[in-house]
Design a binder for this molecule. Sequence first.
Ligand code: 5RP
Length: 222
Amino acid sequence: MNQDAMKKAVAEAAIALIKPDLDAKTIIGVGTGSTANFFIDALAKLKMDFDGAVASSEETARRLQHHGIPVYDLNNVADLEVYVDGADEANEHLELIKGGGAALTREKIVAAVARRFICIADQSKRVSQLGAFPVPVEVIPMARSHVARQIVKLGGDPEYREGVVTDNGNVILDIYNMNLANPIEIEREMNQIVGVVANGIFAQRPADILLLGSSEGVTTLR
Ligand code: 5RP
């Protein structure tokens, strides 16, 4: 089974998990990236069974709309039953690194609102300790150098992701070599730097369910 087949398998496993709870009022939070795209394509087949979706990026909103799935502004949604999204890394505590696609801030907001967060990923994303993948940090453009200097003090090596502007009009620093033995603490410390909008460590709000695809099938971690 190749990586795309594993992503498709976990996307379909997520559909099977949420399907029994769908009704005409259900609004689903939808993530960003290639794995989330498989989920969107599978979700489109059920579009008569739920109300609509909240998108974590403009790209996801376009894909949902292309399938005829109504996209809601999160401010107009009182209840978000579930959020389904991929990850760049996941550990056994279901703590994640996200933001490889630069959508981390909106992803974090939707994950914070959702009652359940189902993370879908292929086996290559599973790690014993987070941090081999550089931690994306969304930064207000004028604060870029200040934030980079503060992150060096925390032990990280920031690299400016050139040419990338987020959906919120900000820039991304990718942080290499950060010691993430205590992800909750580092997530908090990075959030306290003035100019940081959000960072890609999802430890304060980890996933509730992790579906991991491998050539043997889909494993569920809770
Ligand atoms: C986007 C993300 C994605 O979920 C993450 O990068 C994984 O992407 P893919 O499913 O393409 O491997 O956080 O900001």
